[in-house]
Write a protein that binds this ligand. Structure first.
Ligand SMILES: Cc1ncc(COP(=O)(O)O)c(C=O)c1O
Length: 504
C-alpha cells in the first residue's frame, strides 16, 4: 500500500533532472507546506524506492540532499525525520511523531520505544516503555554532588579520564557490590557508558563472524542487534519460569560450541522470569564442563518484590566463568550512561582496548559525581524508594490483570522487575492485537520483537515502568476490552510480517 508521501511524488523519466533531485525537491515542498509534519518520519528508503519504482540508492541520495539542505535529519538505525520548526535538538532530542502501524515499524523503533525515546501521542497509555519515569530520578541529590565535584576537582573533572574508569569510582563500586555478595577489586572493574556499550564491547572482543552465540529465547533486542552486527550465528535456548531450559541447552552444546551464552538470570527481559537455585547451579556446571563464558546482564536484580533474597549469578561464580554487566538505568538515571562490568582476567585487556577504541572513556565528570554519590551512602535508600514505588505499580498491574483479563490469556507473574509477559490463546498473534490496541491508544511490545527471526508470536510484553497507578488501572481495563473483541474477530487471522531493514 502506498503512503501519502509516495502518492504525492511524481517521477519524470525524461532525463531532464536527476531522479534523486526530483524526489528531494518534491519532498522539500511537502515539508515546507507542512504536508510532512515537523518530526514526522519519512518512509523507509526501500519502501519509498519500491513505491516510486526507483533504485534505493536514488532515495538515499535524495535524503542526503535534504539533510545537507537542512530539511531532514537522520538517526542511525531509526530513520529520516523532517526537521522540526525549532531546529533539531532545540526542543529536546526526542522527536514527536505518531507511531506507525506495525508493517512500517522496524526493530529499532521498538528499541527506542523500550527506552522511552519515542514521544507518543498525548493520552496514550504506554506499556511499551521499560524506562523509569523522570519524576523518580534523584535530581537534587545529584545536583549537589555535581557541584561538589566541580568545586573540588575544577578543570580535572573535564580532562581525559583513564579508559578503565576513575579509580575511586571503581573502589566505590567494589564496595557497593558487596551488597550483591560479589567479591571483587577495583582492578577487575571496567566502567562503561551503559550496559549496552558493555554488550557491544564484549561482542567486539569475543565474536568473529560465524561464531555461535547462545541466547535465551526470547531475549533483549539490544543484545540481539549487537551480536548480529558482529556476524554471530544465534542459537535460541528456550527460557522457562525457573530459568533457561538446561536439557535443551546441553543438547545444543553437544551440537555447537558457543563463544558465550548471554543471560539475564534476574527478572529476565522480556519474560520477568527469575532463575531458580537449581538452574543457576546447572548453568555454572555446564559452563565448566563445556568450557564457555556466561555474559550476565543484570539490569533488574534490585527490583525484587518478594521476601526471598535475589542475588546475581556472579555471586556464585567460583570459577571465573561470568562476565557481569550491571546497568544503573532502571534504578538510577538512564541518561547518565553509566554502568560497569566485572570480567574474568583472561579477557580483561581486550575489553580495555575495545573500550578505548569505542569512546576513550566514560564521562569523567559523571564518574566523579557518581563516585561521590556512592560514597555518601545514599544509593541504597534511593534503590529502596524506587523498589517500593515499582512494587505498588506491580501490585496494581497484577490485580488489574487478574480482575479484567479474559481467562484464556495466560501469564506467569514475575516476582520482580518491570515487565509482565502474557500469552494469547493458540492461533492468535500479538502483532494483530498491537494494531487493535494502538487504535485505542494503548501501547505494548509484541513478542515477535524479542526473537532474532521476529517470528509472529502469541506473546506480548506489558511494562509498568513508565505508567502511574491510574494509567495502569485504566490501561489494563481498556486492553482487556480490546482483547475480548479481538479474540472473537481475529480467530485464525495471521499476522502481517514485520519488515526489518537494518541500518538503512
Ligand atoms: C536487558 C537489558 N540490558 C541492557 C539494557 C541497556 O542498559 P543501559 O541503559 O545501561 O545501556 C537494557 C535497556 O533496556 C536492557 O533491558
Amino acid at each position: 500500500m502506498k503512503d501519502n508521501i509516495s502518492i504525492n511524488i511524481k517521477i519524470d523519466n525524461s532525463g531532464q533532472m536527476p531522479l534523486y533531485l526530483q524526489i528531494a525537491r518534491q519532498l522539500s515542498v511537502l515539508i515546507k507546506k507542512g504536508d510532512i509534519k515537523p518530526g514526522e518520519k519519512l518512509p523507509p528508503i526501500r519502501k519509498l524506492a519500491r513505491n516510486l519504482g526507483v533504485n534505493p540508492i536514488t532515495v538515499v541520495n535524495a535524503y542526503k540532499t535534504l539533510e545537507e539542505e537542512g530539511y531532514v535529519y537522520s538517526r542511525i538505525g531509526s530513520g529520516t525525520f523532517a526537521v522540526n520548526h525549532y531546529g533539531y535538538g532545540k526542543s529536546g532530542d526526542i522527536q514527536k511523531f505518531s507511531l506507525p502501524l506495525l508493517e512500517e515499524t522496524d526493530h529499532s523503533e521498538f528499541s527506542l520505544m523500550d527506552q522511552g525515546q519515542i514521544q507518543i501521542k498525548p493520552g496514550t497509555i504506554n506499556f511499551a516503555s521499560a524506562t523509569p519515569s523522570p519524576e523518580l530520578f534523584p535530581v537534587n541529590e545529584f545536583k549537589e554532588v555535581l557541584n561538589e565535584v566541580l568545586e573540588r576537582d575544577k578543570g580535572f573533572a573535564f580532562s581525559y579520564q583513564e579508559s578503565q574508569g576513575f579509580y575511586p569510582l571503581r573502589e566505590s563500586i567494589a564496595n557497593f557490590v558487596e551488597l550483591y555478595n560479589i567479591n571483587t577489586t577495583p582492578e577487575e572493574i571496567q566502567i562503561i557508558s551503559g550496559a549496552q556499550q558493555g554488550i557491544d564491547i564484549i561482542s567486539k572482543v569475543l565474536i568473529n563472524p560465524g561464531d555461535y552465540i547462545f541466547i535465551e529465547s526470547p531475549s533483549y533486542t539490544g543484545a540481539i542487534s549487537a551480536f548480529n552486527s558482529r556476524g554471530a550465528r544465534l542459537v535460541e535456548i528456550p527460557i522457562k519460569p525457573d530459568g533457561i531450559d538446561l536439557d535443551f541447552l546441553e543438547n545444543s552444546l553437544n551440537k555447537q560450541r558457543p563463544k558465550f551464552i548471554y543471560l539475564m538470570p534476574c527478572f529476565q527481559n522480556p519474560t520477568g522470569y527469575l532463575y531458580s537455585e537449581t538452574t543457576r547451579k546447572g548453568i555454572l556446571d555446564l559452563a565448566e564442563r563445556y568450557n564457555f563464558l556466561i555474559i550476565e546482564d543484570d539490569h533488574l536484580s534490585d527490583l525484587n518484590f518478594s521476601n526471598k533474597r535475589v542475588l546475581p549469578l556472579k555471586s556464585s561464580d567460583r570459577n571465573h566463568r561470568v562476565v557481569y554487566i550491571k546497568s544503573f538505568s532502571k534504578i538510577f538515571m538512564p541518561g547518565l550512561r553509566l554502568a560497569f562490568l566485572i570480567s574474568p582476567v583472561q579477557i580483561f585487556n581486550d575489553i580495555l582496548t575495545a573500550k578505548h577504541s569505542s569512546d576513550i572513556s566514560t564521562s569523567g565528570l559523571l564518574q566523579r559525581a557518581f563516585d561521590l554519590y556512592l560514597r555518601k551512602g545514599i544509593f541504597p535508600a534511593h534503590i529502596e524508594t524506587t523498589r517500593r514505588i515499582y512494587k505498588q505499580r506491580y501490585d496494581t498491574m497484577l490485580s488489574s490483570l487478574k480482575k479484567f483479563l479474559p481467562g484464556d490469556i495466560s501469564m506467569n507473574p514475575p516476582s520482580g522487575g518491570l515487565n509482565f509477559w502474557l500469552r494469547l490463546p493458540e492461533g492468535y498473534i500479538s502483532n494483530n492485537l498491537y494494531i487493535e490496541c494502538l487504535k485505542k491508544d494503548i501501547l505494548f511490545v509484541p513478542g515477535s520483537f524479542f526473537f532474532p527471526s521476529q517470528k509472529p508470536s502469541p506473546y506480548f510484553r506489558l511494562s509498568f515502568a513508565a505508567v502511574n497507578n491510574r494509567e495502569i488501572l485504566q490501561g489494563v481495563e481498556v486492553l482487556s476490552r480490546v482483547i475480548r473483541v479481538f479474540l472473537k474477530e481475529y480467530a485464525g487471522i495471521k499476522a502481517p510480517s514485520p519488515t526489518y531493514i537494518p541500518f538503512l
